[in-house]
Design a protein around this ligand. Structure first.
Ligand code: BES
Ligand code: ZN
Ligand code: ZN
Length: 484
């Protein structure tokens, strides 16, 4: 893991220097030698460097590598994070880097440095615990980055919150990348329990207790698997005296989704180890809140189950009675996420005082096909909540776009033999799934549902999300709750 220092005059000679610049008229003060500056100016001219966003020129001066990084104009904080992620690729093989930063049009040098560090942390994530033969030199080496600025003092204090969020993103990615033979519901629950050292309260319901709460929809998903389910409640009380309406988070934690008796085709079925991303995300947001010592109270409930076919598995055609008392006809055992979430939403509202409720789930292939890998689907019964999430999405780079949840669609979920069915017609699958969830939300509460199917992983890799699990949701929700 990379360590960041700010204005550390005693930093070791790094062998790699980076100069961030908004213009091609390069200045470096005492940061590099006259000779290096001359070489740089020559390279700038030869390569037509204009200091556009992400543009790079580099030179070697003896042993020392110097990289000039263009910052472009009119940057947002997110642009700077993206720049940090892009820069990471250039410096991943250095051990130590010294970096000269400058303020930009709208941002202070401190903001620039801290958000670059955040971007480097996100972009520098890797999941390599299962390699046994790779050599040490195949892994990234970047140990330390030290930021300097000529005009302004840059401070570490602003970095603390961003660093907490980066930590939470890493935690979520580790959980999501973990194979399902290791990360069973029990192991996942035990992992969450370990967060208590941060002051979070963690309560685990085992199968018997889940049964006692009548969470039969969730149990119907779990019953085909040897791995028994867990429901985990994570609570953060950052302000015991607060009278503010509390936030409640709910996450889909299907540790593996084979489809059950409605078995999925085998192509890419392995991706379904990531069907617990919603749960990893909401638990990680709680971790971020604890690390930031956020001054508010909030609760997360996650349903951890494995969806498997077996002689014990639930069948298409079965009818189950949810914790809310409403009955559900199971049309397709692969539409299991909503069964898990419905009971968890109900549990949260029955037992805790949450007024603003957000659930996160890799819920439907339909939403994935609608948005591809750019936006997550946002569904809500409350315009204010939806607008705030939209704005936080734009700011955090985890973008969300709202789709309707209206009574015309809701009607499509009525069943001929029970109160509702778990699957509607072939079209509008993301919307009808949201309508199903809404039947488990008290209409007095503000509720939003984020369908992150698709954006939960990145097959190609992006400057801030290396190949694999993205943990989409941690950044937007950490912003929403006020961590950064
Ligand atoms: N976990 C899947 C949704 C999913 C698909 C997540 C692709 C990530 C990538 C969910 O449980 C599911 O199987 N949904 C089905 C429902 C089906 C029965 C119509 C779907 O949307 O395809
Ligand atoms: Zn499924
Ligand atoms: Zn699923």
């Amino acid at each position: 893991m990379t360590e960041f220092t700010f204005d550390n005059k005693n930093a070791a000679k790094s062998g790699c220097k980076v100069i961030l610049t908004a213009t091609s008229a390069v200045k470096c003060g005492k940061f590099c030698s006259e000779q290096s500056l001359k070489k740089l100016k020559k390279a700038v001219k030869n390569e037509g460097f204009e200091a556009n966003f992400g543009e790079v020129v580099s030179i070697f001066d003896g042993e020392e590598k110097i990289i000039l990084l263009g910052m472009g104009k009119d940057n947002s904080l997110f642009d700077i994070q993206l720049l940090g992620g892009k820069l990471y690729k250039q410096i991943a093989n250095a051990t130590c880097v010294d970096m000269l930063v400058a303020k930009s049009q709208k941002l202070s040098a401190s903001e620039v440095a801290c958000n670059l560090a955040f971007g480097i942390e996100l972009g520098g994530y890797s999941f390599d615990k299962y390699f046994t033969t790779k050599k040490q030199e195949d892994f990234p080496k970047l140990e330390k980055v030290n930021f300097y600025c000529d005009d302004e003092k840059i401070s570490l204090s602003e970095y603390n919150n961003l660093h907490s969020v980066a930590n939470a993103v890493r935690y979520a990615r580790d959980l999501c990348n973990e194979p399902a033979n290791y990360l069973t519901p029990q192991v996942f629950a035990e992992d969450i329990k370990r967060l208590e050292y941060l002051g979070l309260k963690v309560k685990i319901l085992e199968e018997k207790q889940i049964r006692a709460e009548n969470m039969n929809m969730l149990l119907s998903v779990a019953q085909g698997s040897h791995n028994s389910p867990r429901v985990v409640v994570v609570r953060w009380e950052g302000d015991k005296k607060s009278t503010e309406p509390e936030i409640g988070l709910v996450g889909k934690g299907v540790t593996f989704d084979s489809g059950g008796i409605s078995l999925k085709p085998s192509a890419r079925m392995g991706d379904m180890k990531g069907d617990m991303t919603g749960a990893a995300v909401v638990v990680s947001v709680m971790k971020a809140a604890a690390l930031c010592k956020l001054k508010r109270n909030m609760t997360a409930v996650v349903g951890l189950v494995e969806n498997m076919p077996s002689g014990h598995a639930s069948r298409p055609g079965d009818v189950v009675k949810s914790m809310s008392g409403q009955t559900v006809e199971i049309i397709d055992t692969d539409a299991e996420g909503r069964l898990v979430l419905g009971d968890c939403l109900w549990y949260l509202q029955q037992k805790y005082n949450a007024k603003n409720i957000i659930d996160v789930a890799t819920l439907t292939g339909s939403t994935m096909r609608t948005f591809g890998f750019e936006y997550a689907g946002l569904f809500s019964n409350n315009d204010k909540l939806a607008q705030k999430l939209f704005e936080d999405g734009e700011k955090s780079g985890e973008k969300v776009w709202r789709l309707p949840v209206t009574k015309e669609y809701d009607k499509l979920m009525d069943s001929d033999i029970a109160d509702m069915k778990n699957l509607g017609p072939v079209n509008a699958g993301g919307i009808t799934a949201a309508c199903f969830l809404q039947r488990f939300v008290n209409s007095q509460n503000a509720w939003a549902h984020l369908d992150i199917a698709g954006v939960d992983k990145d097959d190609k890799g992006h400057p801030l999300t290396p190949k694999g699990a993205t943990a989409f949701g941690v950044r937007i929700l950490s912003k929403f709750v006020g961590c950064y």
